[in-house]
Design a protein around this ligand. Structure first.
Ligand SMILES: Nc1ncnc2c1ncn2[C@@H]1O[C@H](COP(=O)(O)OP(=O)(O)O)[C@@H](O)[C@H]1O
Ligand SMILES: [Mg+2]
Length: 484
């Protein structure tokens, strides 16, 4: 392809993408500038193309311009957040990457790619403001991130391991040491963390939660540490969450999603309590209790390189491991009754119980979404129920699909099996251990029995078995021994 055509192609491509692109030659003269860059800077292409950078942006100098710095020392600058007011007085928020352009060994220029993050930043800042407002001491009960403030009395459990865990968490509320909470999604991590805050001496101070997976790395950094003026003019200063949470608790959820270099910065803050806003030379002392949560076993995350070992040891001063719901059959029962009460009150209903078939499924199910999933399931059922009992057909189809497609306890067998589960095994001949085989046989004979009972009515049989009609039809067509 001739050179000019390549250039044309490149221009066309770079003209269509969503990022601002600004290329200068080795003398700092702009040789490419797309319309996104122009709209970010509040300029026209013509005002910039072919001109020396410092002439077009008089507020910049050799040191503050990232493009000129890269030309000067040949070092790339990656993912630098920039906040500035452009020449039209519009606030601009970008994340910039500036790279040297070399031909052979010669540096011929530099390219800057600017990603506009205004929308994302506005949203996350609004969230922060809201959290801070909600976290302010009030005469009545305090509110936290989701408008609800949890306390230890809100953590319901009949499970011994959970009771011990609650006691340990209460003790940890007496100090300011970092805490690392591990638990699958929906096990109650946030419940524990808020309870610790509320029971601690920090309870009147802010409780701020930030999910580390919710933001791109560079934005997360400026949200945590704050920002000072970008390398352009009339900048905006903003405190980060560490400053906003001063005196209180900062909850870093899904810490395993935090990039490793940011984890290193976090470790430094944990060690000396000093934070520095991005772009600032000045350190400020903060007094923040950091509580972090991960939803995979922490050591496993360390091993696969998702969590720095040094940070892990620093955070793990107090470690709380919340068992999944499938390992707490007592709690399946307790929480089911609790959520039925809750939605009885909320919906003005009088549901008193749950059908035996549903209980059995509840105990055998693996609850990948844990307590949160159980709560949503009860809420869904309460929307469908007519009388006083929740029946199989009141539960959504997706539950039955998962529950019947091998959605049975994946890992640990509950220490205290419900009595009905144990007695079922009594009917199996001694010496029979092959679980899939037993399950298949049990399934086949139960289905056959249900079909007999209902005189071959698939709909009624499905309801008896507590599975969707489609699932039963599928099984009838596919299970050996049932195929007609
Ligand atoms: N032991 C418990 N008792 C009462 N409610 C619970 C319990 N554990 C979890 N919940 C409820 O389940 C939902 C999920 O809890 P959450 O703390 O947000 O879980 P995670 O942060 O681990 O995903 C919340 O509505 C919480 O109130
Ligand atoms: Mg959570």
């Amino acid at each position: 392809m001739p050179m000019s055509e390549t250039v044309e192609m490149l221009q066309a491509i770079l003209g269509t993408i969503d990022e601002g692109i600004h290329v200068v030659d080795a003398d700092g003269i702009t040789i490419f500038y797309n319309h996104v860059a122009a709209s970010l800077d509040g300029l026209t292409k013509e005002e910039v193309l072919g001109k020396p950078l410092l002439e077009v942006f008089p507020s910049l100098d050799q040191a503050s311009s990232t493009l000129l710095r890269v030309i000067e020392n040949g070092e790339p600058i990656v993912n630098l957040p920039q906040t500035y007011t452009n020449l039209r007085g519009v606030r601009v928020d970008t994340i910039n990457t500036t790279l040297p352009v070399r031909v052979g060994d010669t540096l011929v220029g530099a390219v800057e790619v600017a990603k506009d993050i205004r929308k994302l930043r506005e949203l996350s800042e609004r969230l922060i403001d809201l959290q801070v407002q909600l976290g302010k001491p009030k005469r009545s009960k305090q509110l936290a991130s989701d408008g609800i403030s949890y306390q230890f009395t809100d953590i319901l459990t009949d499970n011994q391991a959970m009771k011990t865990l609650k006691e340990r968490a209460k003790r940890a509320a007496r100090t300011s040491s970092p805490v690392l909470v591990y638990g699958e999604t929906g096990t109650g991590k946030e419940l524990f963390v808020q309870s610790i805050h509320q029971a601690s001496a920090r309870f009147g101070r802010p409780f701020i939660a930030q999910n580390c997976a919710a933001l791109p790395a560079s934005l997360l950094e400026s949200i945590l540490f704050g920002s000072t003026k970008g390398s352009f003019t009339g900048a905006d200063d903003r405190p980060g969450l560490f400053e906003l949470a001063n005196g209180g608790t900062l909850f870093l959820d899904e810490l395993n999603s935090m990039p490793l270099d940011l984890q290193a910065k976090l470790l430094r803050v944990l060690q000396d309590g000093q934070i520095r806003r991005i772009g600032s030379e000045k350190s400020v002392q903060v007094d923040v209790r950091v509580v972090a949560a991960v939803n995979e076993p922490p050591l496993q995350v360390v091993e696969r390189g998702g969590l720095r070992a040094d940070l892990y040891y620093r955070l793990n001063v107090v470690s709380l491991e919340i068992p999944p719901l499938r390992e707490r059959p007592e709690d399946i029962e307790l929480l089911t009754r609790h959520f039925i009460d809750k939605y009885n009150r909320r919906f003005g209903m009088k549901v008193t119980g749950i059908d035996e078939t549903v209980w059995k499924r509840f105990f055998a199910y693996d609850w990948p979404g844990n307590v949160r999933e159980l709560e949503h399931l009860i809420e869904a059922a309460m929307n469908m129920v007519d009388g006083q009992t929740i029946l199989p057909e009141h539960l959504p189809a997706h539950f039955w699909e998962r529950a019947s497609l091998g959605g049975v306890a994946r890992t640990a067998i509950p220490k205290a099996l419900p009595p009905q589960a144990v007695s079922v095994a009594d009917g199996i001949p001694d010496g029979t251990w092959n679980l899939p085989e037993v399950l298949r046989e049990t399934e086949t004979s139960l289905i056959a029995r249900a079909m007999q009972e209902t005189g071959g009515n698939v709909k009624q049989a499905a309801s008896l078995l507590g599975i969707p009609r489609q699932t039963l039809q599928y099984k009838l067509a596919n299970l050996p021994g049932l195929r007609q």
